[in-house]
Design a protein. Structure first.
Length: 179
């Protein structure tokens, strides 16, 4: 049968070893942060708080020093990795913000172009309706003088109509003058 006092002493020793390892890891992290900031005094003070691992503590001084050096290097690597992730997140956020600005600008430009097209179309309609309204008959009267031969009236109407529509779709304004 085991002595209960021995079991509780074993648990206490294990808890103390875990606390010492956590304190050493915190000191190593402080060392890496101070070194990255260029504060060598704070780095030296933090490095003094790093202790060899439990396994290396029972060995020679060189093994303990190697354990401390490995902990300090691991803390520097962890800090560099955390900084790389932070930089990557910052770059991604900046890229997404630029994409959002570009999208908003292109949507605004498209809306302006749409407005301009509608304005031109309405202006052209206003010119045509003003001329049509001044006529005494219910329809629009167009007088054409043809030099040459016209095969049919419908062909002429179709040609004039397609020319007017083509000009209107290209953004040309139509100006009609009374004869």
């Amino acid at each position: 049968m085991t002595d209960p006092g021995t079991k509780s002493n074993g648990n206490l020793i294990k808890a103390l070893e875990e606390a010492a390892a956590a304190s050493s890891a915190a000191s190593a992290s402080d060392y890496a942060a101070a070194k990255a900031a260029g504060d060598m005094n704070a780095a030296a003070i933090a490095a003094a708080g790093v202790t060899p691992s439990a396994l290396a503590a029972g060995e020679s001084g060189a093994i303990g020093a190697a354990s401390i050096a490995a902990q300090l290097r691991a803390a520097e690597d962890a800090l560099a990795a955390a900084n790389a992730v932070a930089n990557q997140a910052s770059t991604l956020a900046a890229f997404k913000a630029k994409e959002a600005r570009d999208l908003a600008a292109s949507q605004a430009a498209a809306a302006q172009m749409d407005y301009d097209e509608r304005f031109r179309f309405r202006a052209a309609q206003g010119v045509m309706s003003a001329t049509a309204g001044s006529s005494s008959s219910s329809g629009v009267v167009v007088n054409l003088t043809v030099n040459g031969s016209v095969t049919t009236e419908n062909d002429l109407v179709a040609t004039v109509r397609s020319g007017l529509l083509r000009g209107q779709s290209n953004g040309q304004t139509l100006t009609l003058e009374a004869i």
